[in-house]
Write a protein of this length. Structure first.
Length: 231
């Protein structure tokens, strides 16, 4: 009888150990899956040396300002929201020669020919004082590409409250770079967009080593343009 009790106890203990091991393995698998799901760099490749050589000279001031290492940027397609002329979700403004066929570098970022420019700064011109004033950003940013020669005005990017565009840099007459940051509940990050002909996104990169996200470069950019802040 004593041996039977010992045998039953052994079976019970073994069953408990097996259950505990299985539960532990399951918890490990779930934790691993959670870590993989929250890891935006999983299955991503780093930015290529060719791309670094092409864009780094243009955005180096932005990188240096935030102490960003461009070799720590990864490729991706997250957070891209591009528009075409048939998109009806957001009002797409029409080209008006009187207001859009202009050259105002205090407000707009121009292509090498000065025939195309990007509009995203919320800056007004006070005609009485002849000063350009920044009154603050709206909740969202609408980024327009204006073509003075072909008389077109198209929204090419739209950023909500979790994203912020800081600056635009032109690569050539058809390609431009948009830099800024995105706040995410899992991974805050800086981003680099490259857009090309027909307003198509050619590349998207995000930083793997972002710390506290700030808008200091944005305001420095305003100061360089001679724009005053109304705050």
């Amino acid at each position: 009888m004593k041996y039977i009790i010992v045998f039953i106890a052994f079976i019970g203990l073994n069953s408990c150990l097996s259950t505990a091991i299985a539960a532990n393995n399951l918890n490990s698998i779930n934790l691993q899956q959670q870590n993989q799901a929250s890891n935006p760099f999983r299955n991503k490749s780093k930015i290529s040396n060719a791309t670094i050589d092409k864009i780094k000279p243009l955005i180096e001031n932005w990188l240096d300002y935030y102490h960003l290492d461009i070799t720590n940027f990864y490729t991706g397609n997250e957070s891209s929201w591009l528009f075409d002329k048939n998109y009806h979700g957001i009002h797409n403004q029409r080209f008006e020669s009187a207001t859009d066929d202009v050259y105002i570098p205090q407000i707009y970022d121009y292509s090498p020919s000065k025939q195309k420019y990007i509009s995203f700064l919320n800056v007004d011109h006070d005609t009485q004082s002849d000063k350009y004033i920044f009154y603050g950003n709206d909740d969202c940013q609408e980024i327009y590409l204006i073509d003075r020669k072909n008389k077109t005005k198209k929204i090419v990017l739209w950023f909500g409250t979790t994203q912020f565009l800081e600056a635009i840099f032109w690569l050539d007459e058809d390609h431009f770079i948009a830099v800024g940051y995105q706040k995410d509940e899992l991974n805050d990050r800086h981003f680099i967009y490259i857009l090309g002909p027909d307003n198509k996104m050619t590349d998207y990169y995000f930083d793997s080593n972002s710390t506290e996200l700030k808008t200091d470069y944005f305001y420095q950019n305003l100061n360089k343009r001679g724009v005053k802040r109304d705050n």
